[in-house]
Design a protein around this ligand. Structure first.
Ligand code: CTP
Ligand code: MG
Length: 556
């Protein structure tokens, strides 16, 4: 990370430095690039999964000669890629070119002999590297360069935002700073692959797949790692292979329901993680939840993990979000900013409760972008119309069909700026008739609410479910109040402030200040007019800037 004092002293150097970094880090998208043909979601998943299977995780001494380390490992085969990071010590992620190299390394590895404690022998892909002569360091042993896996501090982020050239630039900067890096993504797939090794001890041929924000392109550095144990493939391929009049089936244990099967499987995998999983700590079995899960911390990677099973629909919704995120470079920039804004005002939390979730916020942004004129994003129904026979997908009776090839979707003709979209997002939802209407990305228009939850966002595939059922009226009200206030701040900025005199947080940075209502700059403005006048001018500004929204949303 760049030292803060340098950031403060010379904004121009910082801007140049950011640009240079953008150019040099080819794998990190800036969010401001044009639309380029992208791989399909399953192609990415397959590639990353295969990459992870050739990869090992090594806990290293703090000082090490990288050259010697790589040479030592190359005895087992050529190395394709490596990086270091810190998490309870120094770790190296080493990707071999071939899977056989991992077996070779495992064959040359011993189980440690403990002093007073006893080791449970388990042949995993997580290793400890010891130096034979720790008291005799060579001159080549030095601190290694580590990749960063934590988001920048709020202070640093605010500084970066203040130095941006425009609000559009601010949204793109935020995206670039918070999005998952290439290394972090690799570590996420590797962690799933390591958990798969443990689950495979029981369920040979099972797959552990990441889903949610780790793969849907909306993940922020530090977000949890959602994974699911996919047992669907087991025994599928061997069926129909033999000819003749007989059919062979595995003899299995039957239980009364799918839910009980899930609970039993997760219970045993939870025990395995707890007892044998290297670095799996704080294992909690939450088996009575609507979607039973095992929660644990994976110490070596630093990820908080949620493991479920039979969650193919959630994987499909991750794929849908991936498509929406890839269709237009404004989508991710806007989603990241809204998520960050919500977090800054404690609208979202890492603790489950009656608050809005990031998943719901993402749906709201997608819906809003479907409502623009012309639309920035297509509806799910139109993505279904574009699907061909190969895209057809029905899971547990739910139709999850949509086009998976991004190149078949026509780009939007809408050219609105991020600044405008941010402002209009707050105005749109500051005036949305949440009491009457449901948000529905399948049809891209408001529907009458089928039930009385304060916030109703239809699950795109399990259409009878409300993804925001947990949200209380007071949390929704807090969201609406903050959205209105943020729209007002952005509108005031246009009027008040010439862009050259930016000594205080401005634009997106002003919206992220811990409490908008208490911020000094707002307090000053608030004092200018009595409350009734302030509210009147706010309503006026909202009405005058978006006539179509005022008619379609019937303010609350
Ligand atoms: N999900 C769902 N219905 C919900 C909640 C979650 O279908 N009511 C699915 C979504 O596919 C979501 C995934 O489960 O992406 C993971 O949920 P969660 O971890 O809450 O959301 P993320 O999208 O991963 O976002 P975050 O970064 O906050 O973890
Ligand atoms: Mg998640």
């Amino acid at each position: 990370l760049r030292p803060i004092h340098r950031l403060l002293s010379c904004p121009r150097t910082v801007a140049a430095e950011i640009k240079r970094e953008e150019q040099s880090s080819g794998s990190v998208e800036t969010g401001s690039e044009g639309r380029t043909p992208k791989k399909t979601f399953s192609e990415v998943q397959k590639e990353r999964r295969e990459q992870a299977q050739r990869t090992v995780l090594i806990h290293c001494p703090n000082k090490i000669s990288v050259k010697k380390f790589l040479k030592y490992l190359s005895q087992h085969g050529p190395i394709n890629n490596h990086f270091f990071y810190e998490s309870f010590g120094l770790y190296a992620v080493v990707e071999f070119c071939q899977k056989e190299s991992v077996t070779s390394l495992q064959n040359g590895t011993r189980t440690p002999s403990m002093g007073t404690e006893a080791a449970i022998p388990f042949r995993s892909r997580v290793f400890n590297l010891k130096t034979k002569n720790p008291s005799n360091p060579t001159s080549e042993q030095s601190r290694v360069q580590c990749s960063i896996h934590a988001p920048p501090s709020s202070k640093k982020l605010l500084e970066l935002l203040c130095y941006a050239e425009s609000i559009d630039d601010q949204l793109n900067t935020l995206l670039k700073e918070l999005q998952l890096t290439e290394e972090n993504t690799k570590l996420r797939y590797l962690t799933c692959s390591l958990i798969e090794d443990i689950a495979a001890a029981y369920f040979l041929d099972c797959t552990v797949r990441p889903f949610g924000s780790s793969v849907n392109s909306f993940g922020k550095l530090g977000c949890d790692l959602d994974m699911f144990l996919d047992l669907d493939e087991i025994g599928k391929f061997s069926a129909n292979k033999t000819s003749g009049n007989f059919l062979m089936e595995f003899q299995v244990k039957n239980v009364p329901s799918e839910r009980i099967a899930t609970q039993k499987i997760l219970s045993v995998i939870g025990e395995c993680l707890d007892h044998f999983g290297p670095g799996c700590v704080g294992v909690q079995k939450i088996l009575n939840a609507r979607c039973p899960l095992v929660r644990f911390s994976h110490q070596a990677s630093g990820f908080q993990c949620d493991l479920t099973t039979n969650n193919r629909i959630a994987l499909k919704s991750s794929e849908l979000l991936y498509i929406y995120g890839a269709l237009d470079s404004r989508v991710r920039a806007l989603v990241f900013s809204i998520r960050c804004w919500a977090r800054a005002h404690s609208l979202t939390s890492s603790i489950p409760g009656s608050w809005i979730t990031n998943f719901s916020l993402t749906m709201m942004v997608i819906f809003f972008l479907q409502r623009r004129s012309p639309p920035i994003l297509p509806t799910l129904d139109s993505l279904k119309t574009l699907a061909d026979a190969e895209d057809k997908c029905v899971i547990e009776g739910h139709n999850c069909t949509f086009v998976r090839d991004l190149n078949k979707i026509k780009p939007s003709g809408n050219t609105e700026t991020l600044e405008l979209l941010l402002k209009e997002f707050f105005e749109y939802f500051g005036n949305f008739a949440f009491n009457k209407n449901s948000i529905n990305i399948r049809q891209g228009r408001e529907q009458n609410k089928p039930e009385s939850s304060p916030l109703h966002i239809q699950n795109p595939f399990e259409t009878s479910l409300n993804i925001s059922k947990n949200v209380s009226q007071s949390q929704l009200q807090k969201f609406v109040d903050l959205a209105r206030e943020s729209a007002w701040i952005l509108n005031q900025e246009d009027k008040d402030r010439p862009s050259s005199s930016r000594s205080q947080p401005w634009g997106l940075a002003a919206l992220l200040m811990p409490s908008v209502v208490n911020s000094a700059s707002l307090a000053k403005r608030v004092r200018k007019k009595p409350a009734s006048e302030r509210i009147k001018s706010l309503l006026e500004s909202i009405k005058s800037s978006s006539p179509e929204n005022a008619t379609s949303t019937n303010g609350k």
